[in-house]
Ligand binder design. Sequence first.
Ligand code: HEM
Length: 136
Amino acid sequence: MSDTEKQVTPYEQFGGHEFFAKLVARFYQGVRHDSVLAPMYPAHEMDEAERRLLMFMEQYWGGPQAYGEERGHPRLRMRHMEFAIDAEARDRWLTHMHDAILEMNMQDSELENQLWMYLVGAAHAMQNIDDSPGSH
Ligand code: HEM
């Protein structure tokens, strides 16, 4: 690579701040109307939660590092322990993300798939209530 060639981050490939702000805003529109997920948030400011997820996503994909400056190490699994996340909550979270991604009408299907696969893995990692057969 020549010295003048710049490394393009995924953040830039996605479309930078505008892309992530729209994605997260659309996701939270879904969460606000979700009867399982919305009640998990009232103690918090929903707008603040939206801002934190936006900062995290931007940082994760190589954009501004504001999340770390404000919140420190993500330790997301630990931070989600206070919420009861079973398979239903996980799948609802993913459904709103899926809807939000589709609404972005991404041209690059490989990039779209990369985003989706990351979120599927992360959402499964965040589940903290076992739903193994016989547990009901
Ligand atoms: C699986 C279902 C999930 C549920 C039900 C859930 C729910 C929540 C709730 C209720 C909060 C607290 C709101 C706040 O104060 O910010 C939160 C915070 C957060 N969530 Fe999730 N979440 C899920 C999955 C995920 C995933 C997959 C990611 C990342 C890809 C994520 C990233 C975050 C971040 C960055 C915060 C803010 C953490 C902080 O700095 O305090 N969440 N989530």
